[in-house]
Design a protein around this ligand. Structure first.
Ligand SMILES: Cc1cc2nc3c(=O)[nH]c(=O)nc-3n(C[C@H](O)[C@H](O)[C@H](O)COP(=O)(O)OP(=O)(O)OC[C@H]3O[C@@H](n4cnc5c(N)ncnc54)[C@H](O)[C@@H]3O)c2cc1C
Length: 255
């Protein structure tokens, strides 16, 4: 049976490992960092299709939401939740443009007045005049999700840095790591911002932004924020332990 080697144990590598294991394929995961990835471990974890750059991107993100629900049906203990999102990142014409674009696409949402926003989130201040409630958006900490998917996949995990892919007669034969070589019939690159370096020797260029990003977490607090909040310039959610979580990279979605 074909041996698959996946480089990367973030959410991308973990999803691939789980999908391949369901087909019965033997999988080895190689990761330089702890299980759960690097960008995945810093992520805000908001599952949405309301933010999108064009119709194709919207369709991809909708498919992602559906895939999260499928995963949850297969693995009911996954930590994914669906609190919905209160969106008021924009006002005026831009707010109306977003509302009409999503309404035309049939995206599940409600338009809320300030009074309704206050009723839903009493701790919120200042309260916007108008907001959209995206009723079917969710949250999944990608690092926790990745670790759960890797465990469920039964993949062999190797903690090592891949220096390069190996090849013979024009065919990839595995990888050379700082722990030695590993043979494989096929190699999948799910190495996040490490992917471009691994492709370069083959003459492929993969342009990627490599901006630093991080998420801020408070100490656990009493229940304050029952929804994902997308306010002007800042997104916030409260996790299952009561911590307020906020991405520090303002442009993390458009990246
Ligand atoms: C602050 C922030 C907020 C975000 N918020 C959201 C959000 O709300 N919603 C959303 O959908 N997305 C969000 N994202 C984006 C999302 O987190 C990333 O797109 C996703 O986590 C990328 O996962 P990945 O598995 O591809 O990469 P990573 O998690 O970066 O994993 C890469 C893996 O590759 C391994 N690796 C790399 N090079 C090598 C090598 N040479 N040898 C061995 N292993 C190697 C690493 O060790 C790691 O395991 C956010 C990102 C950031 C930074």
């Amino acid at each position: 049976m074909a041996q698959t080697l996946i480089i990367g144990a973030g959410i991308t590598g973990a999803c691939l490992a789980f999908a391949l294991s369901r087909r019965g394929d033997p999988v080895t995961l190689v990761t330089a960092h702890p299980l759960g990835g690097t960008a995945s471990a810093a992520s805000f974890g908001w599952l949405n299709a309301s933010f999108h750059l064009n119709d194709a991107h919207f369709a991809l993100r909708l498919a992602g939401l559906a895939a999260h629900r499928t995963l949850q049906a297969l693995l009911p203990d996954l930590p994914t939740t669906w609190p919905g999102c209160l969106w008021y990142e924009a006002a005026g014409d831009r707010f109306e443009a977003v509302a009409s674009d999503l309404a035309a696409k049939g995206y599940p949402m409600q338009r809320l007045t300030g009074a309704k926003v206050s009723a839903l989130t009493p701790a919120l201040g200042p309260v916007p005049d108008m907001a959209l409630l995206f009723t079917e958006e969710g949250v999944a900490d990608p690092a926790i999700l990745a670790r759960a998917l890797i465990a469920a996949s039964g993949a062999r995990v190797v903690q090592a840095r891949v220096d390069r892919l190996t090849e013979a007669e024009g065919k990839v034969t595995g990888v050379l790591t700082d722990q030695g070589p590993i043979l494989a019939d096929r190699v999948i690159l799910a190495a996040g911002i490490g992917t471009a370096d691994l492709l370069r020797p083959f003459g492929f260029s993969l342009p990627m932004l490599t901006r630093p990003g991080m998420t801020i977490a408070t100490e656990p607090l009493p229940p304050l924020c029952p929804l994902i909040l997308a306010s002007p310039g800042q997104e916030v959610r409260q996790d299952g332990e009561g911590r307020l979580i906020a991405p520090a990279a303002a442009a993390h979605q458009s990246d």
